[in-house]
Design a binder for this molecule. Structure first.
Ligand SMILES: Cc1cc2nc3c(=O)[nH]c(=O)nc-3n(C[C@H](O)[C@H](O)[C@H](O)COP(=O)(O)OP(=O)(O)OC[C@H]3O[C@@H](n4cnc5c(N)ncnc54)[C@H](O)[C@@H]3O)c2cc1C
Length: 322
């Protein structure tokens, strides 16, 4: 039935969470539809990556070269095109991350294979993948199908699947050399600037009180800050709060901010756009306060309060004082 390829994403020597999420989904599809599962690692030194990937794939293709230490979309595109032409996978999965957004469209053009981006689920019907996507800021779901093709490319949204192991594999290792004839890329890696380079690191916090655009004005943050101090948490926020310069960037949660894993995440006036909720998929208990009962954040929240956030903040403070 052909293979499913998963392109391993890593940064600064660590495998990114999206890789494990893609492997989880790929394993589920492989088991249900009798596909083989191959993970592809392009890196400078695979030693640190291989064990965790082998446990989740039937086969691991590794290409090691100093030139692959940092992601470069042009180089990846050339190498993956060669691997796809050689192995002819049925399906290739890439993360819908800044990394994958740069890689996937060019790879589709170069290989001639169709691409569906930003999938939150994949079904295989009559031997052809169908992809579930969210549209209109998560208010509706659409099911998108491909025209029959030799192979298919899909980029998957971070946070759409668990990162757990499915089954107990110990994939075969296949080391291949990087092709010698790939052109020198026009772009080069300069430096990686971490958004957490601030006074505090929200990614390590156990309790986060997070504010969104619903906070209304900068001066209203003071009231939430008081609650944060009383409850012993850390304040975090959605992107509009940072865009307005109300809090520094290192407070931002989401795909272009930090991924957080607190035991409790209290979201105040946050609608729940996917770029935000992707950053809290590892949170323990999510409590959302929003005056709009249809806000998408309630789909993922464990507890929800449909009310004005300021009323809730004041009530909590009164309770803590009393
Ligand atoms: C490439 C890209 C990357 C992005 N990265 C991120 C990211 O990392 N993190 C991120 O957060 N976003 C990110 N975004 C933006 C994201 O798409 C949303 O626009 C953003 O998350 C919305 O923030 P919000 O929920 O605070 O605002 P809104 O969507 O405007 O929601 C405000 C909510 O507050 C509620 N509200 C208003 N007043 C009150 C009140 N008094 N009491 C209670 N509820 C109230 C409203 O009902 C509404 O649901 C990114 C976007 C792009 C295109």
């Amino acid at each position: 039935m052909g293979e499913i390829f998963v392109v391993v994403e890593h940064r600064a020597g660590e495998i990114r969470e999206i890789t494990f999420q893609m492997l989880w989904k790929a394993n589920e599809l492989a088991q249900a539809h009798s596909h083989g599962l191959t993970a592809v690692i392009l890196c400078a030194d695979g030693e640190a990556f291989i064990p965790a990937i082998r446990e989740r794939a039937d086969r691991v293709i590794v290409m090691e070269d100093e030139k692959l230490k940092h992601f470069n979309a042009e180089r990846y595109k050339e190498i993956l095109t060669g691997l796809i032409e050689e192995h002819r996978p049925f399906l290739t999965l890439i993360g819908h991350t800044p990394w994958g957004m740069e890689l996937a469209p060019g790879l589709s053009v170069k290989t001639g294979l169709p691409l569906i981006t930003d999938g939150i689920n994949i079904l295989i019907e009559d031997g052809v993948p169908k992809v579930i996507r969210q549209i209109y800021s998560g208010k509706l779901f659409s099911k998108v199908s491909f025209k029959p093709s030799e192979g298919y490319l899909i980029s998957l949204r971070p946070g759409a699947f668990p990162a757990d192991k499915l089954g107990d594999l110990q994939g075969d290792l296949l080391k291949q050399n990087i092709p010698t004839d790939i052109p020198e890329p026009r772009k080069r890696f300069v430096e990686f600037v971490d958004t957490a380079a601030g006074k505090l690191d929200i990614s390590q916090a156990e309790f986060l009180i997070s504010i969104g655009r619903g906070i209304g004005e900068e001066e209203n943050i003071k009231s939430v800050q008081e609650l944060v101090e009383m409850m012993g948490g850390i304040i975090s926020c959605s992107r509009p709060v940072v865009d307005k310069n109300w809090l520094p960037k290192y407070h931002q949660v989401g795909t272009s901010g930090k991924t957080v894993k607190p035991k409790v995440y209290l979201a105040l006036g946050i609608s729940g756009a996917f770029q935000h909720v992707a950053g809290i998929s590892g949170a323990g208990t999510v409590i959302a306060v929003n005056k709009d009962k249809k806000a998408p954040i309630f789909r993922i929240a464990d507890y929800g309060v449909v009310d004005d956030l300021f009323k809730v903040v004041e009530a909590l403070k009164d309770k803590l004082k009393g």
